[in-house]
Design a binder for this molecule. Structure first.
Ligand code: UDP
Ligand code: MG
Length: 320
């Protein structure tokens, strides 16, 4: 009896009834191709309202290597992935999108890099097919910004398609923050990281759950979770305005003392008041962003709630 390393493919799915029947056979086929790996698939149903859950149960019925987890409602992809990764108690985990954008055909390459001793093998998008110039430009700007603001290494054009070794998984599990910017959390963990460039395919079925607004909030999440630089910018902005205000104040007082004051200068006064008001509001809003996140964190709520957990049926003897 030879020991086989366990690999669990973790797939978060929210309303993916059309994509899953197409994806599952591809994932299974790849696992079959790895004879020295004890492969499992763990689906997390993130509060789907379509037939995703019955479908996952069917898959688990016919396939002893499939485990299925249903959350009590939609918690978002990051929480769903966290729930899935929490349940991987042995071996490595590989995260895959349910919509086929991350091709399962690359699983052997991920495993090969893991076997070479890497802890965090992350897929990097070579081309962004089917994405408009606006999304590309904003994505590029975002990665540049967060790269400069944050000390945590966050590689550009990297999604959640990645393999985590057992020790990287164990480390990730210690990070229980509620505001979960996964790309940043993976980067924070560190260890031996390596990029695996790949072509991101278009969705096989269904439609994307991430619109512009969601991506904007996602970007805010990333920056506030991994950098306090905006707060420092607010401080410098405040210092700068204060300094110029003192200068301007001295000039106003000096002028009045020398030449008297004939109650003129309404435009300057308005300009100064509006400028100061604006700067103050921006700084307040910034503080509010951080305070709000602190508040969410302070509540110490669980990251997700489980409705049903269906472990894989593979008996231990069968697995080794
Ligand atoms: N997803 C999820 N919960 C959500 C939104 C998305 O589990 O609230 C899953 C979704 O089923 C898919 C993956 O996250 O497997 C990526 O979502 P999507 O394809 O909509 O995002 P995009 O690829 O457009 O960034
Ligand atoms: Mg997608």
């Amino acid at each position: 009896m030879t020991h086989r390393d366990r690999l669990t493919i973790v797939i978060a799915a929210c309303n993916e009834q059309d994509a899953l029947p197409l994806l599952h056979p591809r994932v299974r086929a790849e696992l079959e191709r790895l004879p020295d790996i004890d492969g499992r698939v763990l689906y997390v149903d993130d509060g789907s309202t379509d037939a995703t859950w019955p479908l996952l149960q069917q898959l688990a019925d016919v396939d002893p290597r499939v485990a299925a987890l249903r959350l009590s409602r939609n918690f978002g992809k990051e929480a769903a992935l966290t729930a899935g990764l929490d349940l991987v108690d042995e071996g490595a985990a590989l995260i895959l999108d349910a919509d086929g954008q991350d091709p399962p055909e690359l699983i052997p390459q991920f495993v090969a890099l893991w076997r070479q001793g890497h802890d965090d093998v992350y897929g990097t998008r070579l081309a962004r097919d089917g994405e408009g110039w606006l999304k590309r430009a904003t994505a590029a700007a975002f990665y540049r910004l967060i790269g400069r603001l944050s000390k945590t290494p966050i590689p550009a054009d990297t999604g959640d398609f990645r393999l985590l070794s057992p020790r990287a998984l164990a480390a990730l599990r210690q990070l229980r923050e509620r505001q979960r910017f996964m790309k940043g959390l993976f980067g924070w963990v560190g260890f031996r990281r390596v990029a695996l460039p790949y072509h991101r395919a278009p969705r096989i079925a269904g439609r994307s759950k991430f619109g512009f607004w969601k991506l904007w909030n996602f970007a805010l999440e990333g920056i506030t979770s991994f950098s306090t630089a905006p707060l420092r910018v607010a401080t410098y902005l405040g210092l700068l305005t204060a300094a110029s205000s003192f200068g301007f104040g001295a000039w106003v007082v000096g002028k009045a003392a020398l030449y008297g004051d004939r109650v003129a200068g309404w435009p300057t006064m308005m300009a100064v008041i509006l400028f100061l008001g604006g700067v103050q509001l921006i700084a307040l809003g910034l503080i509010g962003e951080y305070l709000g996140r602190l508040y969410m964190e302070a509540k110490q709520r669980p990251l997700y709630l489980v409705d049903t957990w269906r472990p894989a049926d593979v008996a231990l003897s069968d697995a080794s």
